[in-house]
Design a protein around this ligand. Structure first.
Ligand SMILES: Nc1nc2c(c(=O)[nH]1)N[C@H]1C(S)=C(S)[C@@H](COP(=O)(O)O)O[C@H]1N2
Ligand SMILES: [Mo]
Length: 400
């Protein structure tokens, strides 16, 4: 196996603050440091004295099982791992789930390059391997599913930038198109009366493609990439919504104009009414980088304490904090998991002491280092399309 090195994608802002806190504590209260430096998410595998407290807003919710050809989402109240197990990571595709024989697989790199590449899986595996922790959600994830279209994994493979360098980019190339092996018939316009066969395709500007953290992944959490997640090869665009992470990837094409296939030009397009330089406009925007978002997903009880846990996701901009408000009370800072890194989901925990019995409403909000604060539902722009649901999500729970 080739050398393994991991891009340093730690979210230093958060981990440094935590480390400082931990060090301070250990001076004042000797002995705390050892347990505090443990990733706290390990608390999630519940201790014997801990019990799951069901959300009263989640009654009757059942996550669907994984079925070939189907979609899958998680019961987020049961998340008990920093890395989502491969057999529970959410599954979405818009066409079929092609089965690709490893020995017949080729990744072709074509278009405005000096050297056209055609690589087998062994060719890819013999190159230097990189790993990146990346969590993402479907652009259509929503409170309706309690944000179950989500997962976090360690992806292993080759760096896109290395292959682009090897191919040698022509200076006219501005757009990098990624095609999957899955296909469907599409009526592409209302002014034609026939369907054409299309592959799933997504594209990014060349500047976005040169991010060295982008991986062409043949591994997921240390195992060969599973069929439902795009075997044998998928694109992993850290910090972008799920749709960018093209599964069953078999062609990368560089071109000199924008690609406007269904999943760039017509679908996964957010329509929202926003202020554009002082002018209110209906904007149509491609679903690309993840918007700043957090949600509470799980509450456990242990003695008089409740643990309120959740995730934050964004485009990789370092976070300032995640805060919790109970019953409209003051915002109080949550603790961040020490496993969190730049592009992983960012797990958090808040210890709620002496919760009174009765119904409570609990909400989280995340702020990044630029001062951007997660929007409330009321702050959200008018947005009739179902993409990019990043508003604060109040949860309700009944304490017995
Ligand atoms: N080839 C291909 N890649 C695809 C899709 C698809 O339909 N075909 N769906 C995209 C969408 S919309 C999402 S949300 C993610 C889901 O990835 P997962 O099933 O591994 O969670 O894959 C993306 N990649
Ligand atoms: Mo998606």
């Amino acid at each position: 196996m080739a050398n393994v090195s991991k891009p340093d994608n730690k979210n230093n802002e958060i981990t440094d603050t935590n480390r400082r806190k931990v060090l301070k504590n250990s001076v004042a209260v000797g002995g705390l440091a050892a347990s505090a430096s443990m990733p706290f998410w390990s608390k999630l595998a519940m201790g014997a004295s801990e019990e799951l407290v069901p959300f009263s807003d989640m009654e009757g919710f059942i996550a669907p099982p994984v079925l070939d050809g189907g979609i899958h989402f998680l019961d987020t109240s049961k998340i008990d791992n920093f890395y989502t197990p491969n057999d529970d990571f959410y599954i979405i595709q818009h066409y079929n789930q092609p089965q690709i024989a490893e020995n017949e697989f080729r990744l072709n790199l074509s278009g405005l390059v000096n050297n056209i590449l055609s690589l087998s899986l062994d060719d890819l595996r013999s190159r230097q391997k990189f790993e990146v922790d990346a969590g993402f959600e479907c652009g259509g994830n929503s409170p309706r599913l309690y944000h179950g279209l989500i997962g976090n994994a360690r992806w292993g493979g080759v760096r896109l930038v290395d292959l682009l360098e090897e191919a040698g980019l022509d200076r006219d190339g501005i757009e990098v198109v990624f095609y999957g092996a899955d296909k469907g018939m599409e009526r592409t316009r209302s002014d034609v009366d026939f369907d054409v066969e299309q592959s799933f395709g997504r594209s990014v500007h060349i500047d976005d493609a040169l991010n060295p953290d982008i991986i062409l992944a043949y591994e997921m959490n240390g195992e060969p990439l599973p069929w439902h997640h795009g075997a044998p090869l998928r694109l992993v665009m850290p910090g972008w919504y799920g749709v960018a992470n093209v599964k069953w990837l078999n062609q990368i094409h560089i071109q000199d104009r924008r690609y406007m296939g269904r999943f760039m030009g017509r679908d996964y397009v957010t329509l929202s009414k926003i202020d554009i330089g002082g002018e209110e406009r209906w904007e149509e925007r491609s679903v690309t980088k993840m918007r700043l978002k957090s949600s509470i997903i799980r509450i456990t009880k242990s003695g008089n304490e409740h643990n309120i846990m959740g995730f934050a996701l964004n485009d990789g901009t370092p976070l300032r904090n995640v805060e919790i408000s109970i019953d409209g009370g003051p915002w109080q800072q949550a603790e961040m998991d020490s496993d969190n890194s730049k592009y992983s989901w960012k797990l958090f925990n808040y210890t709620w002491r002496d919760a009174s019995s009765g119904q409570h409403t609990i909400v989280s909000r995340v702020t990044d280092v630029t001062g951007q604060v997660q929007a409330t539902q009321d702050d959200m722009p008018e947005k009739p399309t179902r993409w990019e649901n990043y508003a604060q999500f109040p949860r309700t729970v009944i304490i017995g």
